[in-house]
Design a protein around this ligand. Structure first.
Ligand SMILES: *Cc1c(COP(=O)(O)O)cnc(C)c1O
Length: 354
């Protein structure tokens, strides 16, 4: 079979998504299935919908266009603030977009009026992680302006944590979001359908049994695809962590000295690899590198150690297995490795379903 390749097990993705949808439903929380890591794959999008996610979310309008083009039947949310330059495409393709800038919402309003549509807006609020969000003190002023804009419907507010500052979702910041929802509703006499608390990093909080307040939605990507929570990168109980694996092929296998020789300087990707032993060792090279994957995010199988990587080569050591040219090695992936492999045209995507 072709290599390198990502093997994608749709049954495992279905199980992960369904399990999270059910666990969160008991807390009154719906799931937006986040498709950005899978580049709008139609198979994965349709699997998430079968598993009961209420909408699909993606950070890139190109992926939403791909899913629309493939007749994926779901409400689509652009979960990154739209670029001004893409406002027309956003209004045509997405039912909802997440926003923090009035200039952008204004442009969305004009674009929506041009095509005689309503466009839904979720206003993102800054709760301390310092990525996207309107400062809480400025929220009322923004809501006031948004409510006056033609062809725009304010459908909710949201927040995103654990993506830049490493701030964990907790009872304090989530109650703050709930309180903001209450105060916007009371002040303007509107009702907010969606209070979207965050991403996979919110799962510990949401399932811990605390009062989840007004939060009625989470946007989940990593937890569904990798079965892991991102705060401590621990497996989530009852989920598969191997729904997606990466297979690469050996192109050289030799016994060579463990230590390089000659004058040591930097390599193409920074510092030279650290060597902790002398003597000879069995080494193999796989035909995959930084251009295809984040090598630091690969989990090697038992008995295999990753020694280093360059643009097109991954160098491994194995004690037990005898690797020969043509042999295949299978790896687990973290989010960073997954995103890069999904994006590489050199990595085939092979769907498995039962
Ligand atoms: C990527 C992203 C998500 C999903 O994050 P995961 O950790 O993959 O669950 C949710 N919300 C926003 C705004 C995002 O950018």
């Amino acid at each position: 079979m072709t290599a390198p390749r990502l093997e994608i097990d749709l049954d495992k993705i279905y199980h992960n998504a369904r399990t999270l949808v059910e666990r969160l439903a008991r807390r009154g929380i719906s799931v937006t299935g986040v498709t950005k890591a899978s580049l709008g794959s139609l198979d994965i999008a349709n699997t998430l919908l079968r598993a009961g996610v209420h909408a699909l979310g993606d950070s890139r309008v190109e992926n939403i266009e791909a899913m629309r083009g493939g007749h994926v039947a779901a409400p689509m949310m652009l979960i990154r603030s739209p670029m001004l330059s893409q406002a027309d495409r956003v209004v045509r393709q997405a039912d909802t977009s997440f926003n923090t800038e009035l200039a952008v919402i204004n442009r969305l309003s004009c674009a929506a009026r041009d095509v005689n549509r309503m466009h839904n807006i979720v206003l993102m609020v800054e709760l301390g992680d310092l990525r996207e969000g309107i400062m809480p003190a400025d929220l009322k002023e923004v809501v006031r302006a948004v409510l006056r804009m033609p062809n725009i419907h304010l459908s909710g507010i949201g927040a995103n944590l654990a993506c830049h500052g490493g701030v964990s979702p907790d009872a304090d910041n989530m109650s703050e979001l709930s309180a903001l929802a209450d105060s916007v509703e009371a002040f303007f006499g509107v009702s907010l359908e969606l209070v979207s608390g965050g991403n996979s990093a919110n799962l510990d909080w949401a399932l811990s049994g605390v009062d989840t307040g007004r939060i009625n939605n989470l946007r989940l990507g990593e937890a569904i695809l990798l079965g892991c929570e991102p705060l401590h990168r621990q497996p989530i109980k009852g989920l598969y962590t191997d729904a997606i694996t990466l297979v690469a092929e050996v192109i050289e296998a030799k016994v060579k000295p463990a230590r390089p020789w000659g004058t040591i300087a930097q390599t193409a990707f920074g510092e030279a690899a650290v060597v902790d032993c002398g003597g000879d060792m069995s080494r193999a090279i796989l035909a995959i590198g930084h251009q295809d994957v984040d090598p630091s995010g690969l989990q090697a199988p038992c008995g295999i150690r990753i020694l280093g990587a360059s643009g097109d080569h991954l160098i491994i050591h194995s004690d037990s297995l005898h690797q020969a040219a043509g042999a295949e090695v299978r790896f687990g992936l973290n989010y960073s490795a997954l995103v890069r492999a999904m994006t590489s045209p050199f990595v085939a995507k092979v769907i498995r379903d039962g």
